[in-house]
Structures are given as structure tokens and as C-alpha cells.
Design a protein around this ligand. Structure first.
Ligand code: NAG
Ligand code: NAG
Ligand code: NAG
Ligand code: NAG
Ligand code: NAG
Ligand code: NAG
Ligand code: NAG
Ligand code: NAG
Length: 651
């Protein structure tokens, strides 16, 4: 039936408001698009500080609150596009496939691989596997010791009840294959009587080293898309609090700064970390299974120029496995990392282990806390994360599709952006370095039943936050079902002034500044700044101070050359809200980028000039630490003290 004629037709006059509305929507749409495209130049306002109000027109700002403004950054801003290139796919073992693969419980031969190993008579293939375990290191030994059992022969496939195995095969008496596999057997110490409990949430933290939030969008759009589909909350104002991995993760895991850790449980660089209050210990006390694992473990968080642990820190500790496998079958070494172990990319091996861990715990109804950190994909290259996009996207997608994330809070995080290279000479590169990505996914039932916690979390996406907040948030996850509206409100009401760390389930105050959040000026991304002359007096003064500061640090080390200022690349003056609050005295912060000789190191320092009004006296301090923004490479091979390595030019 031709029913059109029977429909009610609106009088033409009624169409006018509809039309206007459409034009408006179109206009807003297009307008937003253009703002996204053109807001990319960093014309920072002149240095003045007004009480900013939070509003919803955030296209020009990631964060726009009373205490902090962070400008919007275009992933393909003209100032940085020249650094965005394509990296080559990694070919592990010259593209020869692995001969064996593993599932949750066993190893089996891959028939299609036999030909690559020229195996024509399978009866002449002889394989055996060796179980290996971490052993407690002796005094002064590095924490990377393992012991091997005897090699147990098997044919085609074998059930594995142990954690770590090494597989070796000979064919016609010639060694043709070595590989490493990790498994997740249930440890006898774990309690397994949990019913699928609704009083606990699992916590899974997955880290990807040295990727800024903006670089994640640039490099891993598919992964970002999957996270969006998982209804992840993406935090736009996650500001790092120190230079590199260790001092940015310590606050998450302990709630302490690196210095505080050194005062409480890690008194000397030769100490191990056993006595520190890692958050996983609290989960362990609640009968959670705990896991910690890193790839590139040789430079792992607790191992790089450090001594690790005496007793393994968590129920499942993957580092020794990674260390041994990279040592024996690592290949495609680039810069600081092995990209492959045998025929597999290292980051994929880590993700496979994470999946096994989560699956195993879920199958046995054991609540878990897992903290995993991947560096092998992303540590030294701005553009390598792209090579892992598809795989990460599938990994997260699989977790969802297999229902593995039920009752699980997922945190996908980084520690900082890329810390050196061409992009670091740009304003955007400097900002990105300080703003790593952070995504958080809450289970849907939880979101539905904890409205305030969830809505605060979403609002905090547009607030200035730090790793200290992440610690408080994870602490809250020890008792997630206590986070009712009453609890959250009364905790906030009972606060007496600002604190360093807020749980993200509570609304972060809009007047939070870098100062009140304990972010040193050097790492702060809330500042507005103006460029000043290279040759100005202040450039000379701050340059000289920075050089003195460096030489002072190096003074105890005869192996390092004394540095001299070659030239100042640029200098910016910052405007902060706090600078005039001290009555007669005030301070001004300057970020100076300068080059030194010998060695042509390029450094970035934020120097604070304190001025006592009326007295004409002033003095300087370094805020945060001094960043090295070009590679030191082999220049500092003589130096093992990791704080000094950045600065040392070995004579
Ligand atoms: C693992 O593989 C073995 C051998 O192919 C198979 O018998 C077993 O069912 C598999 N286990 C799982 C959990 O997939
Ligand atoms: C295959 O290898 C087995 C064991 O080494 C040997 O006994 C057998 O003769 C070989 N078969 C062929 C066809 O070479
Ligand atoms: C941990 O503390 C105990 C008791 O205070 C001390 O005996 C031990 O040496 C400490 N361990 C480490 C690794 O620092
Ligand atoms: C976590 O454990 C530490 C001791 O390691 C304890 O001091 C702290 O209060 C615990 N935190 C929570 C939130 O339970
Ligand atoms: C923010 O406001 C609260 C409440 O008015 C106040 O206690 C706090 O000192 C303020 N913080 C900053 C950094 O201004
Ligand atoms: C500052 O120094 C840089 C690098 O040496 C140079 O390119 C630039 O022109 C200088 N700017 C001024 C204002 O002197
Ligand atoms: C303070 O410095 C200004 C300019 O540098 C100078 O003119 C003035 O005489 C100084 N005052 C005193 C008390 O030193
Ligand atoms: C800043 O410099 C002054 C004068 O040199 C010094 O007394 C003070 O301890 C320094 N402050 C910090 C936080 O380093």
C-alpha cells in the first residue's frame, strides 16, 4: 500500500525551528572539527593568572579548572609531524616460526613448522624440557638467579605442571631448537574456596612504558577504540611526578615518593626492596593471588642498577623467566631491548602470560591483583607502539569477549612519554613527556551500583591527577563495595585541606594546582609560559646555576668530566598561581634547555629564582631533577649510579 498520502503533514511554519536547529547542530559540529584541527599551535596566553572557571567548552584545553589549565594537543600537530614515521615490522629469528606452542596446561608441536626446521623424519626429533625456578640471591648478588632441573624427554606434546620451562630439541643429533614457556599453576599457598564472590574485585594493571597519552592515540588508535568500547575512562590530566619509570611507579605501588621510599625501607642502593609496603601485600593479606611481571627485566623496575628482592615479592613473579629467556634466546636487540625471544616478540609473550594468569585465576575463583609492565615494544622509540596496536587491541578485545574481565578493574597505564629525541625539543614533546596515558575500566555491574564513585571517576578525567592518586584509588579497591555515596561524601567532608593523593572515586578539587598535588614545577603541565631571549641576563644566570648544579652532582665521581655551558637553546618563563603568595618575596620559574661540553649533552632544567623584595637578593633552586633530552648512549658507560648516568660524560 502506498501509505505516504495518509500521513499527517506538518504545516511549513513548524519546519522553521527544526531547520534552525539542524543548522545549529551542523554549525557546532563543523565548528568543533575546525577547532580540533587548528587549535594546534601553542599560542600560550601571556603570563597572568586569573581564577579560571571550569566549563564544558574544553576543545582548547584538556584541563581547564581553577588551579590548572593544560592545552589541547593535536596528535598530528605540525610542530611534531616530522617525528612521526613508520617503523619496520620486527622479524624474529629471521621469520622462522616456533616449533612448539603452549596453551594453559601443555606444550605441543606445531606441525606446520616442521618443514622450517627441515624435519622430514619425526622419529628422529628428540625434545626435552627443563623446569627452572628463581633462587634466592646471595648477599650482593643481583636478583636474577635461577636453577635448572634435568631435561625430561617428551614426544610431540606434554602436560606441564610447573611455572617455567626451557625446551630443547635435537634432530639427527644436531641442536635445532631452544624455547621458553611460562605457565600459571595454582600455588599451594593460595586459598581456592572462593565462590564467585561479589565482595571483591580483581585488579589488573597493564603498563606500557614511555607512551604519552597523545602518542597512544597517534600510534594505537585500534587499541584506544577497543578501550572506548569497554567504556574505559580516559584521564586527560595524568601528570607524572618524576623523570623515569621507577620514581613514577613507586608512588602507585607504595604511595611514597622515591625519597620517602629511601627513608623508610630502601636505605641504600645496595638494599633490596623486601621491606617496602607495596600495595600487593595488602591484597595478599586479603587472600588475593598476586602477580608482578616485566619484560626487559634486566632493566626492570627493581633491577636496573638495583638489587631486586630476596624473597620473591608476589605469588607469581615473571621477571626471572623473562630474564633467562632474553639472555638465552633474545634476538633483534635494538637500543635497550630485545624485541624477540626465539621466534616471538617479547611483548606478545608477556601478554600471553597475562592472559594465562587471568584465565587461571578466574577458573579457580581466586581473586587476583596483577601488575605487569611492558617495555620491549615501546621503550626507546616514539613510533614503535604502532607495531603493537593490532595485537593489543585483540588482546583487550579477547579479554572482553571471553568474559575474563568480569569482576575485574583494568588499568592500562604508562609512566611518561618519550624522554629524548627530536620531539623533546618541541613544546608539545615536552608536554607529552609529562602526560602519560591512563585508562580505567570498571565492571558494568559495579558502575551501575556505585553511581557516585563512577561519576566522580569520569569527572576526574578532566582534573589534574598523579600517580599518588592512583595509589589511593587502588587502596580503595581493597574494599570496593564500601564506596557508597555516604562513604565518599563523608570522607571528603572530613578532609582538612588538600592532600597529596586523592582516590579517583572522589572528586579532585578544582582548585588543585601542581604545588598542592606535589608536582614539582619542572614536571608541571599546568603552567603558562612565555619565551624569553637566549641572551638575556636571566638566561645567563640560570644557565650558570644549572651547570654548577650538574658539576656539583658529578663532583664525587672522578670518572665524569666537568661540564661547561656550550649554549642556551631556549628559555621560558612560567607563570604560576603561587609565585606571588609569599608577600614581599616571590619566585619565578624558568625552563631552560641548554647544551654542555664535552659530549654535547642537551639538558632541560626548571630553575626557580627566589627574590626577596626590597633586599635585592635572590637565590636559585632546581625544581624536580634536570632532564637529559638527547641520548647519552655509550658516553656514560663508566657510570653505574643511575641518578648520575644521565649527566656523566666518561673521561
Ligand atoms: C591444551 O593442549 C592439549 C594438547 O593439544 C590439549 O589436550 C588440551 O585440551 C589443551 N588444554 C586447553 C585448556 O586448551
Ligand atoms: C627416522 O628416524 C628414526 C630414529 O632416528 C630411524 O630409526 C628411522 O630409520 C628413520 N626413518 C627414516 C625413513 O629415515
Ligand atoms: C627488613 O627488616 C628487617 C627487620 O627490620 C631486617 O632485619 C632486614 O634486614 C630487612 N631486610 C631488607 C632486605 O632490608
Ligand atoms: C596496607 O598495608 C600496610 C602495611 O604493609 C598498612 O600500613 C596499610 O594501612 C594497609 N592499607 C590498607 C588500605 O589496608
Ligand atoms: C582549595 O580549596 C579548599 C577549600 O576551599 C582549600 O582548603 C584549599 O586550601 C584550596 N587549595 C588550593 C591549592 O588553593
Ligand atoms: C637561541 O639559540 C638557538 C640555538 O642555539 C638559536 O637557534 C636561536 O636563534 C637563539 N635565539 C635567540 C633569540 O637568540
Ligand atoms: C637594587 O637593584 C636595582 C637594579 O638592579 C638597583 O638600581 C638598586 O640600587 C639596588 N638596591 C639596593 C638596595 O641594592
Ligand atoms: C634552595 O636554595 C637555597 C639556597 O641555595 C638552599 O638553602 C635551599 O635548601 C634550596 N632548597 C631546596 C628545596 O633545594
Amino acid at each position: 500500500m502506498d501509505g505516504d498520502e495518509l500521513r499527517w503533514r506538518p504545516p511549513v511554519i513548524l519546519l522553521i525551528p527544526i531547520l534552525l536547529c539542524c543548522i545549529f547542530i551542523f554549525y557546532v559540529d563543523v565548528f568543533q572539527l575546525t577547532t580540533l584541527n587548528i587549535s594546534s599551535t601553542f599560542k600560550l596566553p601571556p603570563p597572568r593568572f586569573l581564577g579560571y572557571v571550569e566549563d564544558n567548552n574544553l576543545n582548547d584545553y584538556l584541563i581547564k579548572t581553577e588551579g590548572c589549565r593544560i592545552p589541547y594537543m593535536d596528535p598530528l600537530d605540525p610542530s611534531i609531524v616530522e617525528f612521526i614515521t613508520n617503523e619496520k615490522q620486527v622479524l624474529c629469528n629471521k621469520n622462522k616460526p616456533p616449533l612448539f606452542k603452549s596453551n594453559l596446561t601443555s606444550l605441543h608441536v606445531i606441525d606446520s613448522s616442521l618443514k622450517y626446521y627441515k624435519i622430514h623424519n619425526e622419529s628422529a626429533l628428540e625434545c626435552c624440557y627443563t623446569v627452572f625456578k628463581r633462587v634466592v640471591p646471595n648477599f650482593k648478588e643481583n636478583d636474577n638467579k635461577v636453577e635448572y632441573g634435568e631435561c625430561l624427554p617428551f614426544y610431540r606434546d606434554v602436560n606441564i605442571d610447573d611455572e617455567f620451562v626451557k625446551v630443547s630439541c635435537t634432530y639427527k643429533s644436531k641442536q635445532i631448537y631452544t624455547d621458553f614457556f611460562s605457565f600459571v599453576p595454582i600455588k599451594p599457598t593460595l586459598t581456592t574456596q572462593y565462590s564467585d564472590s561479589t565482595s571483591l574485585l580483581n585488579v589488573l594493571v597493564i603498563g606500557l612504558d614511555a607512551v604519552s597519552r597523545v602518542n597512544l592515540h597517534r600510534q594505537m588508535p585500534k587499541t584506544v577504540q577497543v578501550l572506548k568500547e569497554m567504556e574505559a575512562v580516559e584521564f586527560l590530566g595524568y601528570n607524572k611526578v618524576a623523570d623515569n619509570t621507577f620514581p613514577n611507579l613507586i608512588p602507585i605501588l607504595t604511595g611514597l615518593s622515591e625519597n620517602e621510599l629511601a627513608e623508610t625501607c630502601w636505605r641504600s642502593i645496595n638494599d633490596r626492596f623486601d621491606n617496602c609496603s607495596f600495595i600487593w601485600k595488602n591484597f595478599s593479606r586479603k587472600n588475593y593471588a598476586t602477580a608482578f611481571g616485566e619484560d626487559s627485566a634486566w632493566m626492570g623496575m627493581f633491577n636496573y642498577a638495583k638489587f631486586g628482592f630476596t624473597v620473591q615479592p608476589t605469588d607469581y613473579f615473571w621477571d626471572p623467566f623473562n630474564y633467562r629467556s632474553e639472555k638465552e634466546i633474545g634476538n633483534q636487540h635494538k637500543m635497550n631491548v630485545y624485541q624477540c625471544v626465539g621466534s616471538r616478540e617479547v611483548y606478545k609473550v608477556l601478554l600471553e602470560y597475562i592472559e594465562k594468569f587471568v584465565l587461571r585465576m578466574r577458573q579457580s575463583n581466586i581473586p587476583f591483583f596483577g601488575f605487569f609492565w611492558g617495555s620491549s615494544l615501546s621503550h626507546d622509540y616514539l613510533n614503535k607502539p604502532k607495531l603493537g596496536d593490532e595485537h593489543y587491541a585483540n588482546f583487550f578485545g579477547d579479554l572482553v569477549r571471553n568474559g575474563i574481565l568480569k569482576n575485574t578493574v583494568l588499568l592500562f597505564i604508562s609512566d611518561h612519554g618519550i624522554r629524548w629525541g627530536g620531539i623533546r625539543a618541541t613544546f608539545q614533546g615536552r608536554m607529552e613527556e609529562r602526560l602519560p596515558f591512563l585508562f580505567m575500566v570498571l565492571p558494568s555491574e559495579y558502575r551501575e551500583n556505585h553511581h557516585l564513585a563512577y561519576s566522580n571517576l569520569k569527572r576526574n578525567a578532566r582534573r589534574l591527577i598523579t600517580p599518588f592518586d592512583l595509589h589511593e584509588t587502588i587502596k580503595d579497591l581493597l574494599n570496593p563495595y564500601a564506596l557508597t555515596q555516604n562513604f565518599i561524601n563523608s570522607r571528603a567532608e572530613n578532609r582538612d585541606g588538600d592532600v597529596r593523593g586523592y582516590s579517583l572515586f572522589e572528586l579532585i578539587p578544582s582548585n588543585r594546582t601542581c604545588l598542592s598535588a606535589n608536582i614539582a614545577s619542572h614536571w608541571c603541565t599546568c603552567q603558562e609560559s612565555t619565551k624569553i631571549d637566549n641572551n638575556s641576563n636571566i638566561a645567563v644566570e640560570t644557565g650558570a646555576f644549572a651547570i654548577d648544579y650538574l658539576n656539583n652532582k658529578l663532583s664525587g665521581y672522578a670518572e665524569c668530566a666537568k661540564l661547561a655551558l656550550a649554549n642556551v637553546h631556549n628559555i621560558h618563563e612560567h607563570s604560576t598561581k603561587e609565585q606571588f603568595i609569599h608577600g614581599k618575596s616571590y619566585y619565578l620559574d624558568y625552563t631552560i634547555v641548554f647544551e654542555t661540553v664535552p659530549g654535547n649533552g642537551i639538558f632541560e632544567a626548571t630553575i626557580r629564582k627566589h627574590v626577596k623584595n626590597g633586599e635585592n637578593t635572590s637565590y636559585f633552586n632546581v625544581t624536580g631533577t634536570i632532564s637529559r633530552i638527547n641520548l647519552y648512549g655509550s658516553q656514560s658507560l663508566c657510570m653505574t649510579e643511575f641518578h648520575i648516568k644521565l649527566y656523566c660524560y666518561c673521561v
